[in-house]
Design a protein around this ligand. Structure first.
Ligand SMILES: Cc1ncc(COP(=O)(O)O)c(C=O)c1O
Length: 369
């Protein structure tokens, strides 16, 4: 039986009347840009996260870009971030002419290692971006302490972590701002691109609002050169319809993760994901690590089982960032992760039969290899 890495059609089928009604509502009133749909969704996310402000933008990438720009990050500034993350974490910084400082991660949670962060802080450091990889938050207490000590901003790249928490604080709310992505495969996914900035700082929120609409206030009077980066009303309406299901979907992911944990413990050389103290992992990805990663992936592919490598090359070794001087060996834990991680199918609607197929296939691989 083929098992997809993710199947978005099942979620739609499960809540089709709610999605269809949301789409019909938007076509009915014809307000496609901002307006009540976006406001209502922003209010729902703000309430869910327990923050004062939420600003819908065009994507998670733009949530990061607009946040960094609103914080005044620019040429000469350094921003510390993990090297093991999606590209957009860094491009939000380099597009503003600032310098990304790539730090190593912990082997246990694949997130920023606070000791390498501490060692990387210089007089030019302005901010730390804490990425919540695979749906698990890093040690926010240690990172927050560093930002307080050195007078830095803390921005959460919570693109993968909506619904996760750290010591009961929701993802996105432990720093100065949190950035979410609603890319279709995310835990709360739109029917296209979408993103959100959450913050308790009204000034920061106001600047992001200004930047998302060409820097104009009032309309056609431009205070700064901004962007066209609004969250579509259609996406907001769809996301608002989906939001009440998020907790139940997260529960489903956590149940699948627990089933993988039980079945794959001790199999071959597999390293299973670990939940760090204080963090509630919502398993945007269920990511294992093995020295036989490429062979295991080929074996799964031959059995028509989806898998993916997030991410095969750390950012300090990306060609486009060569000017920042990264070398092989700079971030050994991240480099090892890039060579060994493999994400397995996990989505709320995955059936027990499908999961058993994945597990059996992995066990067969290790019997044969
Ligand atoms: C960690 C991380 N940061 C940023 C992004 C960018 O989000 P988007 O694809 O919505 O631009 C993503 C998702 O793709 C992500 O996983």
């Amino acid at each position: 039986m083929p098992v997809p890495l993710i199947d978005l059609t099942r979620q739609y089928q499960a809540i089709k009347p709610e999605i269809d009604a949301a789409i019909a509502r938007v076509f009915g009133h014809g307000g496609f840009i901002l307006g009540g749909e976006v406001k209502n969704f922003e209010a729902a996310i703000a309430e869910r996260c327990g923050v004062a402000e939420a600003v819908g933008v065009a994507s998670g990438s733009d949530a990061l870009l607009l946040t960094m720009r609103a914080l005044g990050i620019g040429p000469g500034d350094e921003v510390i971030m993990p090297t093991f993350t999606f590209f957009a974490t860094a491009s939000a910084v380099t597009r503003l002419g600032a310098t990304p400082v790539f730090c190593d991660i912990n082997a246990a949670d694949y997130n920023l290692d606070s000791q390498s962060v501490a060692a990387a802080i210089s007089r030019n450091t302005k901010a730390i971006i804490a990425v919540e990889l695979y749906g698990q938050m890093p040690d926010m207490v240690a990172l927050r302490a560093l930002t307080f000590e050195h007078g830095l901003y803390l921005v959460e790249d919570a693109a993968q972590a909506l619904g996760g928490s750290y010591e009961r604080r929701p993802a996105g709310t432990c720093g100065d701002a949190g950035c979410f992505s609603f890319f279709p495969t995310k835990n709360l996914g739109a029917a296209g691109d979408g993103g959100m900035v959450v913050t308790d700082d009204p000034q920061l929120a106001e600047t992001v609002r200004l930047l998302r609409a060409h820097g104009a206030k009032p309309k056609y009077y431009h205070q700064v050169v901004g962007y066209n980066s609004r969250l579509d009303a259609l996406q907001a309406a769809i996301l608002l319809a989906k939001l009440p299901h998020l907790d139940e979907w997260s529960k489903g992911r956590r149940q699948h993760a627990a089933a993988y944990d039980r079945a794959l413990a001790g199999v071959g050389d597999l390293i299973l994901p670990s939940q760090s103290a204080g963090a509630r992992h919502i398993y945007h990805q269920y990511t294992v690590a093995t020295r036989q990663r490429d062979a295991l992936r080929q074996y799964l592919t031959a059995a028509k089982i989806g898998s993916e490598i997030y991410y095969p090359r750390p950012l300090h070794l990306q060609e486009c960032f060569a000017a920042f001087g990264g070398r092989v060996g700079d971030c050994p834990v991240a480099e090892e992760a890039a060579a060994t991680v493999l994400s397995l199918p996990i989505f709320p609607e995955m059936t027990q039969g499908e999961q058993a197929e994945v597990i059996d296939c992995i066990k067969r691989f290790y019997q044969e290899n």
